[in-house]
Design a protein around this ligand. Sequence first.
Ligand code: ZN
Length: 165
Amino acid sequence: MTQRTPKEPLGVPPEIQTRLEQAGLRRTLATRAVLGLFLARPLGGLTHAQALAALTARGLDINRVTLYRLLDRLAGCGVLLRQADESRNWRFTLAVATPAGHDEAAVPRFECDACHRQFPLTDASEPTRAVTHGLFAALARLGHHGERVDVSIHGTCAGCVEPSA
Ligand SMILES: [Zn+2]
């Protein structure tokens, strides 16, 4: 019998928990270790190789193919975000980073029309929240009740922009 402590060292946010369950991902030791890695550094991205090195350093015996699949599945169910960096390596970041909780829609998204990758603009969540607030106030003056706002910006990402003088 394994005795489970109610709280994990780095509590998995309920939103991530929900997504894992919906995707039918079992919370194996490897899954928890990988999540722990990303939860510990929510702002930094990790490449597959960096994640592998970090997990190995923590004493987790995981092979690279298993880790690849796991990262892909976590990206597939929206827990991790996958984007290519300047050197065209896939870099994974935690997709669910909403300490405020109730207004995740306030994080605007940028979508590249060339490669269709999406980038959450977490840095812009404050100004977006202010704009959202203004929009809801305007709606309220008309008697409407706004529930949520989706902000998505379309354009060309840094990786797709033609270098020009
Ligand atoms: Zn692009």
